[in-house]
Structures are given as structure tokens and as C-alpha cells.
Design a protein around this ligand. Structure first.
Ligand SMILES: Cc1ncc(C[n+]2csc(CCOP(=O)(O)OP(=O)(O)O)c2C)c(N)n1
Length: 334
């Protein structure tokens, strides 16, 4: 990769190499997400739930996690987060195409239900909010074992209306567990706006009820998100307990590949979200600050495209699971 400006300034104490790495992670996720969407439209991926618009907070969070040491309970929009942790484009495409070598579950999970034993990414449940309980339990286990592992758990804001969220917050706060709760708040649960989910403006208002810090961050700003996530992870690791982060993000696509948001959102609302696209916004900011040149970006795009093209070809050529193995991991391994 060509890096034109080594002497570029840091932003908010984050050095230029880290800023470029953040942008590369965001762009990689966006380009892969777009590819998977196309494969869905070609009938090669049967379903997709996109993370487009939510990459900045996911990358910022992932960069503070020690892969394979800390624990991650993700939700279905966390393509960027799981890529930062070490899942590859090929891993993601094998899963999306339900191939036998899918590292999540060998082709048994829905697309976007991430999981990777090697990286301590626990498999994603389709039932929203169950991940909070898993996260609190894992963090309790880490505490009992005397380990300094931090557990991060992510969610949309809609899932915080479930009882599991409140139980997990209460338990983690009471036992000062090393959990970071990150809400990727895109303002919609499928078609239901936040105003119909909760009477408070921000999910982070809930934190006061459990005696833990609750913070709002612009989840499209990778710099602000990186600083906030860093504080929360450090706090958890130091034994000071959980933090609830409410990251405001847009939702750039329909809820999933199976609905059309133009049926339930106005053209103005869609335009506002598009104007808050973190990938384009961060590229412009890095260019202004002299951190990323046009040549850097071009080289980055070419390199990522080659990676994604190769991963697509490999995943397409990979074998499907054997039909006889259909009950494996369902009713036991016999
Ligand atoms: C317990 C449960 N209820 C309902 C659903 C159906 N469902 C799947 S995603 C979703 C919306 C969740 O919205 P939010 O938590 O805001 O996340 P977002 O999709 O907006 O990122 C719903 C209702 C489900 N999977 N599980």
C-alpha cells in the first residue's frame, strides 16, 4: 500500500498510522458488505443484514479488543467488528454462502450470524438480546478465573427493550463485571422508530438506574468512538465494572435484504442518513488533515478489491455441506 504522508498530524492524540488503519478497516467492511449485497441479488447469498453506516463505532471498538483473549458477543450488523478482530473476507463469504468450511457453524447459521472460536467471538443468536446474558455470564467466568479479559457486547437500540438487557446490566453492574455494552443506535428496529421503543432520548439514560456510566457518542465519528471505547475497555479491564455506550449511527440500507425501507421511511429521512455516512466522511477528514492522500486511497481500494474478488471466487468454489451432515450440531454430534 502507498502511504504518502508519514509526517501527517495525529488527530486527538491518535497517530496517523492508526487513523489510516481505522479507515482501511471501515472501507474493507463497506466494500465486502456491498459485495455480499450484490451476491444476494444474484441469488448466491440467501439473506443479508447490512452494517453499512455503522462501521466507525465497530472499528473503534474492535481496535481495543485483544482477539482470542477478550470475548465478543456481537450482533448481526457487526461485519466491521468481526473483520477487525481477524475474521477474513473469505470467512465471511463462506458463512454468507452457507458453505461447509464456514468457520461460524459449517453453513448452519443464517448469514450475518457471526462466530469464531479462535477469536472468542461467540455465535450470534437470532433471538435478539440473548447476547447480553451470555456476555454477563462470560464476564463472571473471567472474574472467577482471575483473568483480565474484557467482554464486549453489541446490540441495536430496539433489542434494549428486552428484559435480557436490563437483567444483564443489573447483574454486570452489581458484580462489577468487565463488560462493555455498546448500543449501535440507528433509530429503527426494522420499521419501528426509537420514540416507540422508549420514553427517554438515549439508551444510555438507562445506565443511571444500574449505577454505571452511560455515554452518548457520535458512532459515525471514528475518532470520538475510539476514545470513548478505549476508556470503557480500560475501565472494565481495571476492575471498575461496565459502561453503557450509546453510539448514534445511521442505517444506510433497509433492515435486511428482504424489505424495502422506502415503504416505511420518508425520502428526507433517507437523505439525512446518507449525509452521515461515516466512510466518506472519514476519508474527507483524513484528506483535509493530510493523513490520507488520493493515491493512498486508490491503492487501498485496489488492494481490498483484489482481496474481496479472490475471497468471492474461493467461497463460490467451496463445497456445500454434505446433505448427510444436516443433523450435526443440532441434536448432538453422533
Ligand atoms: C426476541 C426477538 N424479537 C423479535 C425479533 C425479530 N427482529 C429481528 S431484528 C429486529 C429489530 C431489532 O432492532 P434493533 O435492536 O434496533 O437493531 P437494528 O436491526 O436496528 O440494528 C427484530 C424485531 C427477534 N429476532 N428476536
Amino acid at each position: 500500500m502507498v502511504v504518502a504522508n508519514r509526517a501527517a498530524r495525529a488527530i486527538a492524540g491518535i497517530d496517523a498510522d492508526t487513523l489510516r488503519a481505522m479507515y482501511r478497516h471501515m472501507l474493507r467492511s463497506r466494500m465486502l458488505d456491498e459485495r455480499i449485497w450484490l451476491l444476494n441479488r444474484q441469488g448466491l447469498v440467501r439473506f443479508w443484514v447490512s452494517g453499512m453506516g455503522q462501521e466507525a463505532i465497530q472499528v473503534a471498538l474492535g481496535m481495543h479488543v485483544r482477539p482470542g483473549v477478550d470475548w465478543v458477543a456481537p450482533y448481526y450488523r457487526d461485519l466491521a467488528l468481526t473483520l477487525v478482530l481477524g475474521m477474513t473476507a473469505r470467512d465471511q463469504l463462506l458463512a454468507a454462502m452457507a458453505k461447509a468450511d464456514d468457520p461460524n457453524t459449517g453453513g448452519r447459521q443464517m448469514p450475518a450470524h457471526f462466530g469464531c472460536r479462535r477469536l472468542n467471538i461467540i455465535t450470534t443468536g437470532s433471538v435478539v438480546a440473548t447476547q447480553f446474558i451470555h456476555a454477563a455470564g462470560i464476564a463472571l467466568a473471567s472474574k472467577i478465573r482471575g483473568e483480565d479479559a474484557v467482554t464486549v457486547v453489541t446490540t441495536g437500540e430496539g433489542a434494549t427493550s428486552e428484559g435480557d438487557f436490563h437483567e444483564a446490566l443489573n447483574f454486570a453492574a452489581t458484580h462489577r463485571l468487565a463488560v462493555v455494552f455498546v448500543v449501535e443506535d440507528n433509530g429503527l428496529a426494522i420499521s419501528v422508530p426509537t420514540s416507540k421503543q422508549m420514553p427517554t432520548a438515549d439508551v444510555s439514560d438507562r445506565a443511571a438506574g444500574y449505577g454505571i456510566p452511560g455515554v452518548v457518542v457520535d458512532g459515525t465519528d471514528p475518532v470520538a468512538s475510539y476514545l470513548i471505547c478505549g476508556e470503557a475497555v480500560a475501565r472494565a479491564r481495571a476492575g471498575h465494572g461496565p459502561t453503557l455506550i450509546d453510539a448514534k449511527v445511521p442505517r444506510l440500507t433497509s433492515h435486511s435484504s428482504d424489505d424495502d425501507q422506502r415503504r416505511y421511511r420518508t425520502a428526507e429521512a433517507l437523505a439525512i442518513d446518507r449525509a452521515h455516512d461515516c466512510v466518506g466522511g472519514f476519508a474527507a477528514r483524513l484528506r483535509e488533515q493530510g493523513v490520507l492522500s488520493a493515491r493512498d486511497e486508490e491503492a487501498m481500494r485496489a488492494e481490498l478489491l483484489a482481496e474481496i474478488d479472490l475471497a468471492t471466487a474461493e467461497a463460490q468454489a467451496a463445497p456445500d455441506p454434505e446433505p448427510e451432515s444436516v443433523l450435526l450440531h443440532v441434536l448432538g454430534d453422533a
